[in-house]
Each structure stands twice: as structure tokens, then as C-alpha cells.
Design a binder for this molecule. Structure first.
Ligand SMILES: [Zn+2]
Length: 241
């Protein structure tokens, strides 16, 4: 399965729109609250804001992800000689994937805003300026990082689910063109489709790696790390007599 740059473009558009909405709504409220009241009151408002914003994110992303799933499933069907098409199972999978993604995105937003404002508060620098600087880094760095990582994660997660649905039982890791030492040593590794390439908490240290990688969750597909573009392919078991 190859990563599709057209998926990346569509995701970039969706994430750009989400981040612009966040920036606009948070900046508006920040001007009112941060000007004359405490950071804590703003943090309370921020939690309430994001509790509602999760619907906005899901609204932006669900249709995009469903289209992406439809195209990936079509490719898997073609590869595996299946005529199954989009299934209810896959729709359910994508829906819960987007829910998890939306809380991950919100978690990162809250951590970054709180860190910037707390630091500005301690240093006595302008709170609104520091908030604005945070938003600028979202536009300059975060969006690209998030979109590239998401393209890899979503493509692999949806592909794996599609493989499962057409009856594939084993997966193989395919390292990207310029792999790091960890990904290179995973290249070609075969696992059961319900298993993991690297287990949560496992100290994974291939020969030549200076320090072990210790994932915080079971790794059943890429990205293994920031910038990883590794993919997965299906493995067809041959019957040995
Ligand atoms: Zn990789």
C-alpha cells in the first residue's frame, strides 16, 4: 500500500480549517478574559470550549476520512480480488478513529496553549502575544507535522482494517525509502494481523541502535516515530504439506 499525496492534500485542507477556527474563537475570548482576569479563568473557559469543539473537528473530518477509507478499501479489494466495497464495519471503524484523533488533537492544543501562557505568566510577558506566537507555530510547523503523521497513521490503520475485512490474517512491515535503524530492522517483519510489530513498553533495540525505543502503545503499523512513512502489506499464507 502506497501513501497517497492526494489524501495528504485533503487532510491539509481539513486541518487548516480546524486550526483557523480554533485560533479565531480562542483569540476572541482571550482578548476579553486575559486582558483583565486571571489565567486560571481562561483555562476553565478553554476546557469548556474544547469540550464543544470536538464536534466541530469530527464534523470537519468524518466525511474526509470516509472518502479516504472508500478509496483505500477499493485498492485493497482490487489487490485481494474482493468485491466487498465499503462495509458498515469500516464506517464504524473510521467513526471511532476520528473520535480518537479529535481528542488527540485537542489534547495537544490544550497542552501547548497552557504551556505558553503559564510560561508567559511566570515571566511577566504579554499573555496575548504569547498566545499569538503559539498560533503562529501551529501555522508554520504543527499543521505540516500533524498532517504528515496523520496521513501515514490513517492510511495504515484503514488499510489494516480493510485487510482484516477481506480475510487477510498476516501483515508485513514495509520500510519507507530512507528508513531509520528501527524501521529498517522492522522491514519485512511479518505478524499476525491482530498482533504488534513492537509491543507496548517493549525495549526495542535493533543492532546498531544507540538506545532502545520504548513505545507507549502496541505498534501494529507506522508511524513508529515522528517522520516515519513506513507502510504495511498483506501476506498470503501458503499451505505447506
Ligand atoms: Zn518508519
Amino acid at each position: 500500500m502506497r501513501l497517497s499525496r492526494s489524501h495528504e492534500k485533503v487532510l491539509k485542507r481539513a486541518f487548516t480549517s480546524i486550526l483557523a477556527k480554533e485560533r479565531e474563537e480562542i483569540s476572541k475570548e482571550a482578548k476579553q478574559i486575559l486582558g483583565n482576569r486571571s489565567i486560571d479563568i481562561f483555562f476553565d473557559w478553554l476546557s469548556r470550549f474544547y469540550a464543544g469543539f470536538t464536534n466541530t473537528i469530527q464534523g470537519e473530518l468524518l466525511s474526509v476520512y470516509l472518502l479516504m477509507a472508500e478509496s483505500l478499501k477499493e485498492q485493497v479489494d482490487e489487490e485481494e480480488n474482493s468485491t466487498q466495497g465499503m462495509t458498515n464495519e469500516l464506517i464504524t471503524f473510521v467513526t471511532s478513529y476520528v473520535t480518537v484523533l479529535s481528542s488527540r488533537h485537542i489534547g495537544q492544543s490544550i497542552v501547548q496553549i497552557k504551556a505558553a501562557l503559564s510560561k508567559a505568566g511566570e515571566q511577566g510577558s504579554n499573555l496575548l502575544d504569547s498566545l499569538d506566537e503559539t498560533f503562529q507555530t501551529w501555522e508554520s510547523d504543527r499543521i505540516n507535522d500533524e498532517v504528515s503523521e496523520e496521513t501515514v497513521r490513517a492510511t495504515n490503520a484503514i488499510t489494516k482494517q480493510s485487510y482484516k475485512e477481506v480475510g487477510i490474517r498476516k501483515l508485513q512491515w514495509v520500510a519507507d525509502d530512507d528508513p531509520c535503524i528501527f524501521c529498517q530492522s522492522l522491514d519485512g517483519k511479518i505478524i499476525d494481523i491482530n498482533g504488534s510489530f513492537v509491543r507496548k513498553g517493549e525495549e526495542y533495540q535493533p543492532e546498531g541502535a544507540e538506545a532502545p525505543l520504548k513505545p507507549s502503545r502496541n505498534v501494529s503499523h507506522g508511524p513508529l516515530h515522528r517522520g516515519c512513512e513506513c507502510t504495511i502489506v498483506s501476506v498470503h499464507e501458503t499451505i505447506t504439506l
